[in-house]
Design a protein around this ligand. Structure first.
Ligand code: ADP
Ligand code: MG
Length: 235
């Protein structure tokens, strides 16, 4: 498998901070792979995503990453004065895509995320789950090589989260995108990812390969994997 992302001895220290947020971190993400970063708050998960997105530069080491990376932030981070359609269209307008092609592309993304009927609605008139779907559709619309998600479902109720998990897996399998997602829930990571990377104090604590078939929560091995990682998590 080709690695689309590669960290080699990467360090990141924010200006004015005494301690590094990320220390000598090395790992790779394969093309089409779904990786979840889990770990205690403040461990450096978001920093790793920002380094992949190019929103932050490393202080040490080398990062290999594709040029076209898209990130969806918590709660979708939509523009409230734009409709769902226009929020998804945003990145394409920057690329000055012809209007007809743009409409087709946006509608396809809205349809894939199951929110086509809400295309004319403003974020305030959408539920949390629908807003998150718009945020993911917007990130996917620019056809990125890598999709980055930072705790995308943390503000949602369990039922909505479970629906979004199923749909995200479908989107991933259909688009074959490489996904790197941050989660603070081990159950979430195990129900989604090919590999779960436990990050603690700016370093990789351990990496777990999850080989269960989807849907995973119904699988007998699910709780075994969750318990196994949890033991490390609370070590
Ligand atoms: P996580 O996402 O795992 O909670 P973060 O990557 O957000 O962790 O943070 C890692 C460490 O870096 C924390 O100690 C945090 O306070 C610090 N940090 C994050 N962003 C900044 C910033 N912009 N400036 C200074 N320190 C930061
Ligand atoms: Mg974070």
């Amino acid at each position: 498998m080709n690695n689309v992302i590669e960290f080699s001895e990467v360090g990141k220290r924010y200006a004015g901070e005494k301690n590094a947020a990320v220390r000598r971190m090395s790992f790779g993400v394969g093309e089409g792979e779904f990786v979840c970063l889990v770990g205690p708050s403040g461990g450096g998960k978001t920093t790793v995503l920002k380094l992949i997105a190019g929103l932050e530069e490393p202080t040490n080491g080398i990062i290999k990453k594709p040029a076209n990376v898209a990130m969806s932030f918590q709660a979708g981070a939509l523009f409230p004065w734009l409709t769902a359609f226009e929020n998804v269209a945003l990145g394409l307008r920057e690329k000055s895509m012809p209007e007809e092609e743009l409409a087709r592309t946006v509608d396809r993304q809205l349809d894939m995320l199951g929110i086509f009927q809400y295309r004319g609605k403003y974020p305030a008139d959408l539920s949390g789950g629908q807003r998150q779907r718009v945020g993911i559709a917007r990130a996917l619309a620019v056809d990125p090589a890598v999709l980055l998600l930072d705790e995308p479902f943390s503000a949602l109720d369990p039922k909505t989260t479970a629906e979004l998990h199923d749909d995200l897996i479908q989107v991933w399998q259909r688009t074959k995108k490489t996904i790197v997602m941050v989660s603070h829930l081990i159950e979430e990571a195990v129900s989604l990812a090919d590999r779960v990377i436990l990050i603690r104090e700016g370093t990789i604590d351990s990496i777990y390969k999850i080989e269960l078939p989807y849907p995973r929560r119904e699988n007998i091995g699910f709780h075994h994997d969750v318990m196994h990682i949890r033991k490390e998590f609370f070590k």
